[in-house]
Design a protein. Structure first.
Length: 603
């Protein structure tokens, strides 16, 4: 094992010792309570079985596992629309394995791509907590001995895991649906967006380009938060091996889902291969998630999600852990926005089996974790194939395209391209894997805003035609739910293309699609909590330095200390935002995961 990966793992284990011990004691008590169904009253069981006809006798006999399906299906999200027929098929496959299956419940699944730049985006991060609560409700009936979690996109997978881990005594497998086939290349789509921002093309041409990119059922094909989720589930061993990036509607996709149902039936508490999810998600699995994130140039949103998932399992990981890992983990993948290929190109070049093979070989991943598939993580270094009608796995060949995937011994970069910044403005993170090296240090006057729409108006009015650090504050979890500010990307990209030095500093989030513009995000403490980002004034010289890990307002220290942070704007209403006041009031800081439910639970 790489010495720094081991050192960070040991640091997390030591820090987490009390909370992890309490968590393991919880799931042991839950396991010792035994299978819940035999202890339920007859009226309780009758209610649970009333909705099924074909499986009622098997459930009454109680001879096999009853699998709870928690689904994020809706047909507004392309990624989740594929789940429409899954429960029906999964019930058939459960019967093949001597088990039964029921839809335990649904969880909300909103699309950040639809809400970007609009009021609904302020519900996005807290949808993760809502999904965690919905997952807990779905599994609370005590009638399931295992669960299949159907979810893919940004907040859905973290939310499902946060809820599921509080039922850590149950075996669970996450089941993805796969990415849509390649449409208009992401780089071409981004170019049209920038032309629209400059007024060089109209709305009709922009809409045609967007529909050309997002054109069918399946996950969006850029390497944003949704596809980073799928990468993480592979390196944590929570999928069937090779399941992440197989297209919907294919035989291989179907057989991987069938195998997941069969596998669930074998790893329950009644079997001889008990694999509860709470044991699978340990400190080593969390480190694997962080390593995979860094090695593939994944979404900055996981600087929030990985700590939140870890906390649900009694594990504490902080940004220093990510920073230290980033300096030790090689960047071996280039997928848009960190390269020109999409996830289909990534999969064709070798995909996750190749990434895992290389990182195991270089000692950057823990191979001895407990996975749902068995045989540790090396099983995930093999490529899933269909031989005739039979699912199998074969050795993974070398990279099919070294512009997309490179060996760990000859990476694109010696480090993972994430940095933690600290200074008199606070702590923030920055993703530099797609930023040109000469832009890792930006020093320019601030232009301060409290609303991203005001930034766009200033851009359209020509007020940002200069070297500038755009500061957008009051975007943290306590202020307005920490929305993504991806709608600013085209405008900031245009300014950068015109030769200006440009950076973004915010206590909000950027998108998993963030790319070439340096963005210091998740700034903590946030402005609403008297964070120093609220002291910045128009014209202050700001230095964003990813080389040295600093984030500074170059203001006289005495003047800086004497400044009073600006007052926050009032809480917004409409689009249901007022209903989430409880979440805003309880959410903790970004480095802990920006979660209200975990904070309220004392986790």
């Amino acid at each position: 094992m790489n010495s720094e990966v081991l050192a960070v793992t040991d640091r997390i284990i030591e820090r987490s010792r009390p909370s992890r011990a309490a968590y393991l004691a919880l799931i042991e008590r839950e396991r010792e309570n035994g299978i819940r169904r035999p202890s339920l009253g007859c009226a309780n069981l009758a209610h649970a079985y009333a909705g099924t006809d074909e499986d009622r006798d098997a459930m009454k006999a109680d001879t096999g596992m009853n699998i709870g399906i928690v689904t994020a299906y809706n047909d507004m999200l392309s990624a989740h629309a594929v789940y429409y027929r899954y429960p029906e098929l999964m019930k058939v496959w459960a019967r093949e394995a001597g088990a039964t299956a029921q839809v335990a419940g649904g969880v909300p699944a909103m699309c950040d791509g639809v809400t970007q730049g609009y009021p609904g985006m302020e519900l996005s991060l807290f949808s993760r907590d809502t999904i965690a609560l919905s997952t807990a409700i779905a599994l609370s009936h005590g009638t399931f001995e295992g669960a299949a979690l159907l979810g893919i996109c940004d907040k859905i997978v973290p939310g499902l895991l946060m809820g599921a881990l509080r039922f850590g005594h149950l075996p669970m497998i996450l089941i993805p649906g796969g990415p849509m086939p390649t449409g208009l290349p992401n780089k071409a789509k981004a170019a049209v967006r920038e032309k629209f921002a400059e007024g060089l093309v109209g709305r009709e041409e922009l809409l045609d380009a967007e529909i050309g990119a997002y054109h069918s059922k399946g996950t969006c094909t850029f390497y944003g938060t949704a596809n980073t989720n799928q990468m993480m589930m592979e390196v944590m061993g929570l999928h069937m091996p090779g399941a992440a990036f197989v297209n919907p509607g294919t035989k291989l996709r179907q057989e991987l889902t069938r195998a997941a149902v069969h596998r669930l039936a074998r790893i329950g508490v009644r079997g001889d291969d008990y694999r509860p999810i709470g044991a699978c998600v340990d400190e080593r699995a969390i480190v694997n998630a962080a390593v995979g994130l860094l090695a593939t140039g994944g979404s900055t949103n996981h600087l929030l999600h990985v700590p939140a998932i870890a906390r649900a399992a009694g594990i504490v990981i902080d940004w220093e852990d990510f920073d230290r890992l980033s300096r030790a983990v090689p960047l071996i993948a280039r997928v848009y926005p960190n390269g020109s290929a999409d996830v289909n190109g990534f999969e064709a070049a070798g995909g996750m089996p190749y990434v895992i093979r290389e990182l195991l070989g270089s000692g950057h991943l823990h191979g001895d974790i407990l996975t749902v598939a068995g045989d540790g993580l090396p099983a995930y270094a093999k490529t899933a194939v269909i031989d005739g009608d039979t699912l199998g796995w074969r050795d993974t060949p070398d990279s099919g395209d070294e512009t997309i995937l490179r060996p760990a011994a000859a990476p694109f970069s010696a480090d993972g391209g994430m940095r933690i910044l600290a200074g008199n403005i606070g702590r923030a993170c920055i993703k530099v894997s797609a930023v040109e090296r000469e832009r890792w240090v930006i020093e320019a006057p601030a232009a301060v805003f409290d609303d991203q729409l005001d930034v766009l108006e200033a851009f359209k009015a020509g007020k940002l035609e200069r070297d500038v650090v755009v500061v957008v504050r009051f975007q943290g979890p306590r202020a307005n739910g920490m929305p993504e500010l991806h709608k600013l990307t085209p405008a900031l990209g245009v300014l950068q293309n015109r030769g200006f030095k440009v950076a973004l500093v915010t206590d909000g989030r950027m998108s998993g699609a963030s790319g070439k513009v340096p963005c210091a995000i998740h700034c903590s403490p946030e402005a609403l909590l008297d964070g120093a980002i609220g002291r910045i004034r128009d014209g202050d010289l700001i230095r964003v330095d990813a080389e040295n890990g600093t984030l500074e307002a170059l203001v006289d220290p005495a003047e800086w200390a004497a400044r009073v942070p600006d007052a926050a704007p009032g809480a917004a209403e409409g689009m249901g935002r007022e209903l989430f006041g409880l979440f805003r009031g309880l959410a903790d800081e970004a480095e802990k995961g920006a979660s209200a439910v975990l904070a309220a639970a004392g986790l």
